[in-house]
Design a protein around this ligand. Structure first.
Ligand code: FUC
Length: 780
């Protein structure tokens, strides 16, 4: 099967037909390093060295091999399992007994009963799965390699590998276009006819096959795996379609591979789609979708596809700029290693920019939200199924989104919460006999909402409530009344569930969640189940307040919102325990808890992301939160380390926050490709770290704005521009010698803000279309 086709290349023709690639020497050695570039002098030996591209839905991890290249592929709806309802019908009958056992202090018994009768069926959710790999073999392209360099420019969203072998210089570029919905690869050489390649697929899923279609197309078709502990067949079918467009030479089919011979250059286009339409609908047609996408993209040159992709990327990426000075002109992996002993503020700025790159690449309007690994996953059963863990991780993914001026990127999260309000209403009704909706500590593509894994992790009713607060944030930044109208029922429903299920604590009379846990910590009395952990009270205070305020704005107060206000008044306050710490549980158990340095710091939710605790408004509780942080220690898993940066920034201790940031950026918590190391890779730390850096520079409470509240001495000068403020505002800021040089505030609503610099403050009236400039002198 080797009937071939021949095409004369556009690039060869344009350059007179002689050399397919003229490599400018200047591109090899730049005079000034590109501040948006990750670069390396060797191919990736491991997945966590490979470089990610993504268009929100499609992702590729690029290894940068010479004779053997691998593009590990993802599509964000390739998941195991099928639409399902994990409700446990026995729960409703068992919950009151579990509650009574918890109130009686019989925690181990409560957990046993909950294990038997309250947990989801099945007990595990479905994993997110890889879509396999495209393998590009170029025999001989590894002979006496010189000048090897691979890079990812996060400003243009294009990855590049170049090297010389056997007297031929090669260049390979890869991007994932949000415009054309393809991954596009361009392989070039500086000698005509030098490109010979074999293109094939590999895939670790159970069901897949690769087959050539015609001479220039290779189709990988497969299905997601069945979900463990569920007899139902897998529902996801996917197709990855590769089209090869050579400049010169021949392309031909060879069974389950394509062969390119004697080409000047080659463009590869890869489209991937599944039959997924919604959590309850898998009636899509992946073959029709990929055929259409490939047909459209094939009509364009690589240069056209790349230009459109970069323009769309820049539209989002260029909104914010953080400058912490120039960094060393060293490969990125060496800079990460050097963090062990030194510091590199420019690497911190690159990490901040990379988080924005990763969010743009894993969460765009119409896609799935960023999961535990964004969209980048090479396994059929990744750690924690690479799903949505909502007792911290998914929220953290979106912490920087609004302030870093990427509100569009929150659309998938908002849509997911709206969908959880549908599936979670069933869980509320059938498991709890309650109105409204809830989600426990995880969800998956199928928007499962019942408690999973085991009571000590899963029996936490407050996950959906926390996520719902992101709807409020979306409103608070954008102030789009139609949006608030749309999501109001979702917010209302999240709160209504607690009106129906909060229990009166017989000892204190407070209204408390029961059963619940303080994620995922064990108390000293037999497990994790408890009533009224501090975090639940804190989340519910925010939720009830927001719903009341939204109802007031929209004129939609009703019996439900009045009940919420009444319940709000009966929640337990935060308390200071015997070690001077902020109490994690209703009782002062913290010092006897088995894991004193537990990674979760759930009860510090009130300090960050919430503003319930702050050094100026609640000094005693802020001091207690500080004591808790000291007891918990600075170094934890990636996301837990990132959370601590935000918390110390809120305590206005910039040097402490910066010490933790240095640990986060070092090789123990950052892989060579700058992915966060939980370990293993989990993307939340990338996002949480970026949010923490912003929090060091600006803290926005809506009516009050803190400038440089936690500026570390390690960043004596710098600037940040384009930061988004609540109430449709923006802020630019620069500083020198650790002192504010100037700031520019804009706000479209014409409202008044209290701006705080150190211990001084100023009332500022914003006017639409006009920037207010403030220098240090304005605060003198
Ligand atoms: C929570 C954390 C773990 C991990 C998992 C995905 O359960 O406690 O550290 O991040 O989510």
């Amino acid at each position: 099967m080797t009937s071939g086709i021949t095409r004369r290349g556009a690039l060869a023709a344009a350059s007179g037909g002689a050399a397919a690639l003229a490599l400018p020497a200047a591109a090899q050695r730049r005079s000034r390093p590109n501040r948006h570039e990750l670069w390396y002098t060797q191919p990736a030996a491991k997945w966590t060295e490979a470089l990610p591209v993504g268009n929100g839905r499609l992702g590729a991890m690029i290894f940068g091999g010479t004779a053997k290249e691998q593009l590990q592929l993802n599509e964000d709806t390739v998941w195991a399992g099928a639409p399902y309802d994990p409700v446990n019908p026995r729960a409703k009958g068992a919950l009151d007994r579990v509650r009574a056992l918890v109130f009686a202090g019989k925690f181990a018994e409560a957990e046993k009963l909950a294990s038997a009768d309250v947990m989801a069926v099945p007990i595990k959710q479905a994993p997110y799965q890889t879509a396999g790999s495209l393998l590009i073999d170029m025999p001989g392209a590894d002979a006496d390699v010189t000048g090897y360099r691979r890079s990812l420019d996060i400003g243009t969203a294009v990855a590049e590998t170049r090297w010389t072998a056997g007297g031929v210089t090669y260049r390979r570029r890869v991007l994932a276009s949000p415009v054309d919905q393809v991954i596009a690869v361009r392989i070039e050489a500086d000698q005509p006819g030098a490109i010979n390649a074999r293109l094939g697929y590999s895939c670790p899923l159970k069901q897949w096959r690769a087959a050539a279609e015609g001479d220039d197309t290779l189709v990988l078709s497969g299905s997601g795996d069945p979900q463990k502990e569920r007899p139902a067949p897998a529902a996801i079918r996917f197709e990855a379609r590769l089209r090869v467009l050579p400049d010169g030479g021949r392309v031909s089919a060879a069974g389950d591979a394509l062969m390119v011979a004697g080409a000047d250059a080659v463009t590869l286009l890869i489209a991937i789609a599944t039959n997924f339409r919604r959590f309850d609908d898998t009636s899509g047609d992946p073959a029709a979708t990929t055929r259409d996408q490939i047909a459209r993209a094939s009509a364009k040159s690589f240069a056209t596809i790349a230009a459109a992709s970069t323009t769309e990327h820049r539209r989002l990426f260029d909104r914010v700029r953080l400058d912490l000075g120039d960094g060393p002109d060293l490969p990125t992996d060496q800079r990460v290693q050097a963090m062990r002993t030194g510091d590199d503020p420019a690497l911190a700025a690159l990490y901040f920019d990379y988080a924005r790159y990763l969010l743009i690449g894993s969460s765009r309007p119409g896609t799935q939200p960023a999961n535990l690994q964004g969209i980048w996953n090479d396994r059929p059963t990744p750690p924690w199924e690479s799903k949505y863990t909502i007792n911290i991780n998914t929220e953290m993914n979106y912490w920087p989104a609004e302030a870093a001026a990427l509100p569009e990127c929150t659309e998938p999260l908002i849509r997911m919460v709206e969908e959880l309000a549908v599936t979670g209403a069933r869980t509320a009704r059938e498991m709890y006999g309650a109105r409204g909706w809830l989600c426990h500590h995880n969800t998956d593509l199928w928007r499962a909402t019942a408690p999973i894994d085991g009571p000590q992790w899963g029996l936490w009713p407050t996950g959906g409530a926390w996520l719902a607060l992101h709807l409020w944030d979306r409103w608070d930044y954008g102030r789009d009344r139609a949006f608030l109208e749309r999501v109001f029922p979702v917010l209302h429903g999240a709160a209504l569930f607690f009106v129906d299920t909060l229990q009166r604590d017989p000892k204190t009379g407070h209204l408390v969640t029961n059963p619940s846990i303080s994620p995922e910590n064990q108390h000293p009395f037999g497990g994790a189940l408890c009533a009224g952990p501090a975090m639940d009270n804190q989340i519910l205070r925010d939720l009830f307040d927001r719903v009341s305020e939204a109802a007031r704005i929209l004129g939609r107060e009703d019996e439900g919102t009045r009940a919420m206000a009444a319940a709000r008044a009966r929640l337990a306050p935060d308390r200071v325990g015997k070690a001077g710490q902020l109490q994690e549980w209703a009782e002062d158990w913290d010092m006897e808890a088995p894991e004193r340095n537990h990674r979760h710091v759930s009860h510090l939710y009130a300090l960050y992301p919430s503003h319930q605790i702050a050094p100026d408004t609640t000094p005693a509780l802020a001091a207690a939160a500080k004591r808790t942080l000291e007891l918990r220690g600075d170094e934890a898993t990636g996301w837990a380390t990132a959370w601590r940066i935000n918390l110390w920034a809120r305590l206005r201790d910039g040097d402490h926050a910066h010490r933790i940031l240095r640990f986060l950026l070092g090789p123990e918590r950052t892989y060579p490709n700058l992915f966060d190391a939980h370990p293993p890779f989990q993307i939340d730390g990338n996002f949480g770290g970026a949010a923490g850096m912003l929090e060091m520079l600006v803290q926005d409470r809506g009516d009050t704005l803190l400038l440089l509240p936690a500026l570390p001495s390690a960043w004596p000068q710098g600037s940040v521009s384009g930061v988004r403020l609540k109430g449709r505002g923006t802020l630019d800021l620069s500083w020198r010698g650790g002192k504010l040089v100037s700031s520019r505030l804009r706000g479209e609503l014409g409202d008044t803000r209290r701006v705080v610099l150190g211990d001084r403050e100023k009332q500022v009236r914003l006017a639409p279309g006009r920037a207010v400039r403030l220098t240090a002198r304005d605060f003198a």
